[in-house]
Design a binder for this molecule. Structure first.
Ligand code: G6P
Length: 609
């Protein structure tokens, strides 16, 4: 989703900002731009192509300055055309970039038109730029910091903004509510960014702005006020976690790199887990986890599927009723709150707008027991929950989530074991057995990754298809869903997943010789039923592509293609079975020549509704 970078320095910062935009490309965008204060003029370059094109424009035009802001835009209001690309100007005096959605933009637009402002874009952002300009003139006596503080009080919705004014060199103001913004501290220079990753290599000192904060950056320092206009002291954190994240190493794409990082990511996520104890989720977790009587899991996208998988574990191992809901549905649904439930939000980024809003909605309904499973320690979601488990997947850059998913599963399995133990469903021998299995997971994952050459051969076939079906049963039904999601996200092949038992209630009508049917076939209690479902597909001429555990007695045959998985891995099997589906999607997309890490229309962090 939209990315912001801004700076004040005593050197030309435009190339730093453009490099920052490159680092934010992974968030997803469809246009980009940069504006700088060049002498006493506002200058900008904008592009509806890639950041590389913007960089070429900057080089050609010589655009430069010591006060500048830059942006990658993921269109919401107004098409991805140059006139809507940020930075947006007001009256040739204010330059502004914005991430988020201003819900009252129509009312503000009317009001500003009444004041004589002309709108040249279709964006909601333009109202912020003109509003700041108006307030600057009428109420803030030329004080940009004050004007932005006044303007934010008029905005409904989500925003992170960065703004400067041509009369005030070396002065940039940022504000956030609902969308992320960090301050990067340098020596005689200061920065703003949506994500610290944008500034990796420039600084490792960061302040994570809180909801409602407004910050002014000058050469000498940073001044922050909270939503009540009171001076705010925010912790300065040293963030060095990004070194290496942007190097591709021997891989073609970040997605491939991240798939292969999964053994390491799981090992890191499990690091220090010597025994199952509530303290894994926070110092005061024992009381809460010992008390809750059910779980309500809220998430979006791939994170939602990790929640769906966990439901099977939580109900069968911990014997605790679990409900899993898509966050964007839950937040608007008239639900019946249970104050004894544990609300679990799952998010790679910790900034997904719908998941955040669902959490806030649950809290407004009286839910006090909250827990986040998240990959970003500094995220709003971690800050807003009482308990958390941090996955240590490392920065995930590919838009399609891979290592975040498997580390979420590992964390959710630990939550399952913790609740099982507290509820008397886990004895010492079982605990040790599960822990041994978890510790062995990285090695088991490595043997699954070794299947890549066989999967590449299948991917060449899939690349020529228009549709695919994915089947799974029980614990592996969510894995089939995740496999179908991966394929559609990056290869643009239409893919659907079904619980295999549902086949004859509809999707069987689609099965012809042209339909590849991917089947997740672990050697579990449902394997015989799954084999019957496979026969139903074969009888209609469908081509089966089966990932089968050893001992399932499913072999290659007419219309049945089998890749043999390592031994059955018990309840942790989904963590292994999802990996070949990630690889299948990845190599199919490569064979089709799509932009794997930045699939069309999608964003990494969906910070708008
Ligand atoms: C976007 C990403 C997905 C991700 C989903 C939820 O759609 O493209 O990969 O699963 O958001 O993101 P989160 O950060 O909350 O896990």
């Amino acid at each position: 989703m939209c990315g912001i970078v801004g700076a004040v320095a005593q050197r030309n910062v435009v190339s730093i900002l453009v490099e920052g935009l490159r680092r934010l490309e992974y968030r997803g965008y469809d246009s980009c731009g940069v504006a700088a204060l060049a002498g006493d003029r506002l200058e900008r370059a904008r592009s509806v192509a890639r950041v590389a094109d913007l960089a070429a424009q900057v080089e050609q035009s010589g655009l430069g300055g010591e006060t500048a802001i830059a942006h990658t835009r993921w269109a919401t209001h107004g098409a991805p055309v140059t006139v809507n690309a940020h930075p947006i100007f007001s009256c040739d005096e204010i330059a502004l970039v914005h991430n988020g959605i201003i819900e009252n933009h129509e009312a503000l637009r009317e009001e500003l038109r009444g004041q004589g402002y002309e709108f040249v874009s279709q964006t909601d952002t333009e109202v912020i730029a003109h509003l700041v300009h108006l307030l600057l003139k009428n109420h803030a006596a030329g004080d940009l910091f004050k004007a932005v503080r006044l303007a934010t009080k008029r905005l409904h919705g989500a925003y992170a903004i960065a703004v400067f004014r041509k009369q005030e060199p070396h002065h940039v103001v940022g504000a956030r509510a609902g969308s992320p913004l960090v301050v990067g501290l340098g020596n005689g220079e200061n920065f703003l960014a949506s994500d610290a990753l944008a500034l990796a290599g420039t600084t490792d000192q960061f302040i994570y702005l809180e909801e409602g904060d407004v910050a002014e950056l000058t050469l000498d320092g940073v001044n922050i006020v909270d939503r009540d206009d009171a001076p705010a002291q925010r912790e300065v954190r040293t963030v060095t976690a990004y070194s290496g994240a942007v190097d591709l190493g021997p891989y073609r794409h970040y997605m491939q790199k991240e798939i292969f990082e999964q053994p390491r990511a799981i090992a890191d996520t499990m690091e220090g887990v010597a025994a199952i104890t509530p303290e894994l989720f926070g110092a005061k977790a024992a009381d809460t986890l010992g008390r809750v009587d059910s779980l309500l899991i809220l998430a979006c996208g791939t994170s939602y599927y990790s929640g769906l998988t966990a439901k099977y574990w939580l109900e069968s191992i911990a014997r605790i009723p679990t409900q899993v809901e898509v966050a964007s549905e839950y937040r608007y649904r008239d639900s019946v709150p249970n104050p004894n439930a544990l609300v679990v939000v799952i998010s790679q980024s910790g900034e997904t707008a719908d998941t955040m809003a669902a959490l806030q909605h649950a809290q407004s309904l009286g839910h006090q027991h909250t827990l986040a499973v998240c990959n970003v320690a500094t995220s709003a979601m971690v800050r807003q929950t009482a308990l958390h488990y941090l996955t240590r997947a490392g920065t995930e850059i590919g838009v399609a989530s891979t290592k975040a998913f498997t580390t979420q599963l590992a964390a959710l399995f630990l939550l399952t074991l913790t609740l099982a133990k507290l509820r008397g469903h886990l004895d010492a021998a079982q605990e040790e057995n599960y822990l041994t299995r978890l510790r062995h997971l990285p090695a088991a994952l490595n043997s699954v990754l070794a299947l890549e050459p066989q999967i590449i051969a299948w991917a060449d076939e899939f690349a020529r298809k228009d549709n695919a079906l994915f089947l799974g049963r029980g614990l592996h039904y969510p894995i089939a869903l995740e496999g179908a999601l991966k394929l559609k996200e990056i290869s643009y092949i239409h893919a659907e997943a079904y619980p295999a038992g549902e086949l004859k209630h509809g999707p069987l009508a689609l099965v012809t010789e042209a339909m590849p049917v991917v089947t997740v076939a672990p050697n579990d209690t449902l394997v015989e039923k799954l084999k019957s479902n496979m026969q139903e597909v074969r009888a209609r001429g469908g081509q089966l592509y089966v990932f089968a555990d050893a001992d399932t007695h499913i072999g290659n045959g007419d219309g049945i293609h089998v890749i043999r998985m390592p031994e059955h891995y018990g309840p942790l099997s989904p963590i292994l079975h999802v990996v070949p589906l990630q690889l299948l999607a990845y190599h199919t997309a490569c064979a089709r020549g799509t932009d794997v890490d930045k699939p069309r229309n999608l964003a990494k962090s969906v910070t708008v509704e």
